[in-house]
Design a protein around this ligand. Structure first.
Ligand code: GYE
Length: 310
């Protein structure tokens, strides 16, 4: 991880800055857009990117990070599949003097020196925004209650699953204790197949569900298949709110099958490369660099769809 002195890392015959990046996997449309963004931004920035896909397994991420340490890359970045269990490998990176930048998802650690910064969204706020979106959706549909909610959680132990659940529940407990109830909640691992399978089981055990809160669009899209297979109308018999705002989520919204989406921006690449360069140059950066996002209702989805980039 020796610096070449030029700092910029590109051009001028100096050695390009090398970045080892461990991606979660390819579980969703969000992830696909994020991977494309990281790869193209690295290219644009003249950064030598070493990329690996962990297939949603922590052990794969740990061995990828160990590989980057052995290769003596300049900076390591990764999106941790779950929040716990990183201290050992992060200490190895620290001992090798390789700075670590978290992107998208956070970790839980008692030693704050083990990573420099997180470039990513405020998932707790996304959960709160999902509850606010549900208020709007219920008002529009004229559904007074009882509101019987099924929740499709993201990957167990992952920051976005924990925090979206927490933010949603915060608003629910504070303002909707008597009219909303989460009747069933389980992980669909952020995948379409997971959402489809878990929703089918939900419908079997709880025929009275009238709302679905899915922690991402892909699980909502999977769930829509099971709702239709059960002879119900997604977006009408079961109102759906999800998070992400990927292309297929917008399509489902414009067809009336998803009622509202809270955006989580996957295009983190350019911001990440900027931070990686600064960190490599020894500049100070903020501890958490947040992403900007919006919320979308069905009418807004139709208008926004033609210009969506992912
Ligand atoms: O919402 C989901 C993906 O960590 C924000 O991971 C990301 C989440 C995203 O699988 O679709």
């Amino acid at each position: 991880a020796k610096k070449d002195g030029s700092g910029s890392g590109s051009g001028g015959g100096s050695k390009a800055l090398s970045l080892g990046f461990s991606q979660v996997g390819a579980e969703s449309g969000w992830r696909a857009a994020n991977t494309t963004s990281v790869k193209s931004a690295a290219k644009e920035a003249g950064i030598n990117l070493k990329f690996s896909d962990a297939q949603q397994k922590q052990e794969n991420q740990i061995s990828a990070i160990r590989g980057y340490i052995a290769q003596k890359v300049d900076v390591i970045a990764f999106s941790p599949v779950v929040v716990t269990g990183w201290d050992a490998v992060l200490k190895e990176a620290k001992a090798a003097k390789i700075p670590v930048v978290l992107t998208d998802r956070s970790v839980e650690t008692s030693d704050s020196s083990l990573y420099v910064t997180l470039v990513g969204s405020d998932f707790t706020d996304e959960g709160r925004r999902a509850a606010r979106m549900l208020e709007k959706v219920l008002a529009k549909a004229g559904l007074k209650g009882p509101v019987k909610i099924a929740q499709l959680e993201g990957t167990t132990g992952a920051a976005p699953a924990i925090e979206r659940g927490k933010g949603f529940k915060e608003i629910m407990d504070a303002e909707h204790k008597s009219d909303w109830k989460i009747v069933v909640s389980q992980s669909g691992d952020f995948t379409r197949a997971g959402g489809k399978q878990v929703m089918a089981a939900f419908l079997q055990s709880h025929s009275d569900i009238n709302v679905l809160f899915a922690h991402n669009d892909d699980m909502a899209i999977g769930a829509i298949q099971s709702i239709e297979a059960a002879g119900k109308k997604p977006g009408k018999d079961i109102l759906i709110v999800s998070v992400d705002g990927v292309h297929d989520g917008f399509v489902a919204m414009s067809q009336g099958k998803i009622n509202g989406i809270v955006e989580c921006n996957p295009l983190l690449g350019p911001q990440l490369m900027e931070v990686v360069k600064k960190v490599h140059d020894g500049q100070k950066v903020e501890r958490w660099i947040k992403t900007k996002e919006s919320d979308y209702t069905q009418d807004q989805a139709k208008a926004a769809l033609p210009t969506r980039k992912y």
